[in-house]
Design a protein around this ligand. Sequence first.
Ligand code: C2E
Ligand code: CA
Ligand code: CA
Length: 396
Amino acid sequence: MKPSQKILVIDDDEDIGEFVSATAQAMGFDCTTTTNAKAFLESLTPDTTLIVLDLLMPEMDGVEVLRLLGEQKCKAGIVLMSGVGKHLRETAEQLGQILGLSIVGHLQKPFRLAELEDVLAKGAGPVISPIVLRGAQFTQNEELRGAIERNSFVLHYQPLIDIATGGITGVEALVRWQHPERGLIFPDNFISRAEELGLIDELGWLVINRGMSEVRQFANGDGKVPMLSLNASVYSFHDLKFPDMLVSIAEKNGVSPATVTIEITESGLIEELWRTLDILTRLRMKQIKLSIDDFGTGYASMQQLKNIPATELKIDRSFVMDMESSEKDRIMVRKTIELGHELGMSVVAEGVETREQLDLLRLYDCDCAQGYFFSRPLPPAELVSWLKTYRSGLVH
Ligand code: C2E
Ligand code: CA
Ligand code: CA
């Protein structure tokens, strides 16, 4: 069986090239090594699945190679290799992302065999023939189609906490696929597939209906229902009827539209901004709130941000995660909070896992926090008892 995974290595140091190549071949990959950019570009074919690229080379450096790959709209995964500091590598990684490349890993020289094997295995995946791969994808697509027809999905909910008062402001619904053999499958494993297959609208409505029918059980003693945050794919925003349908589902379930937030990722929004601006505006006219999710990862310009009628900004957890150790991330978080406030939005930090992170966020005047520090996303019944315990703790 011919292996489907083709790896191409470029490093001016022949010994390193050979080491990578011998390891890749021992793992069953088809691997070619080059020592200069010209040979590299000649060896690059559309079926190359993984590129291992040295960032520092004498005649044409890795950054220039990245630019060329970006121009060619290269689809291969890219592993960056460097002997230089973390900073240059991070800059190159960002450049790669801006160019639309898929950076799947990095190796800091000198690296150990185990590290190399790990990066290759993750970057190139298992050695599977294209036919087997297509067969498996077909089965998975049909399974997903069936799951949507039968509605084999459940929602878990994660609370959002007001940092100043400690009160519950809302809950975010996160979808899980309840697979008969494989158990709970997380959204990162099926949302983009549903988008590709044109099934995301249907899945989106399942989530919206379920969320609206479940949220009232999270009310507090006075009957006040927390805000319900629902994630939506930007592709669902092509349907002009989206706002009306959303409102009618809310009304049917006795949920006020003003207590519903639609979260949409920054990257999705920017990609489709001009086509979706009318839907966003209509949602706001119907009192539905709008949140920019994963903020900081999507490269929105100031001009674009100003034009989005959002009510909330959610700082991506990658910035929150390293806040304690990274001065740069602290600056990012602090400035994002200021920016959000100046644009009239409330700001939520996601992925809050420690008290130190929470204390910093309070210091920076962040409005809300969400993360494992308070609670993981929970099935509805478990969230009900979590809320009970949490609320009683607040009172006493
Ligand atoms: P997201 O909207 O950014 O959701 C937050 C993700 O971070 C969730 O992952 C949640 O479990 C995780 N998380 C929460 N707190 C922490 C923490 O303290 N530390 C860490 N490390 N992680 C934390 P999940 O549930 O796997 O969802 C992944 C993504 O899938 C979501 O990211 C969202 O973009 C997407 N998604 C989820 N449900 C839906 C849906 O119904 N529709 C659409 N279109 N996308 C959805
Ligand atoms: Ca979200
Ligand atoms: Ca997010």
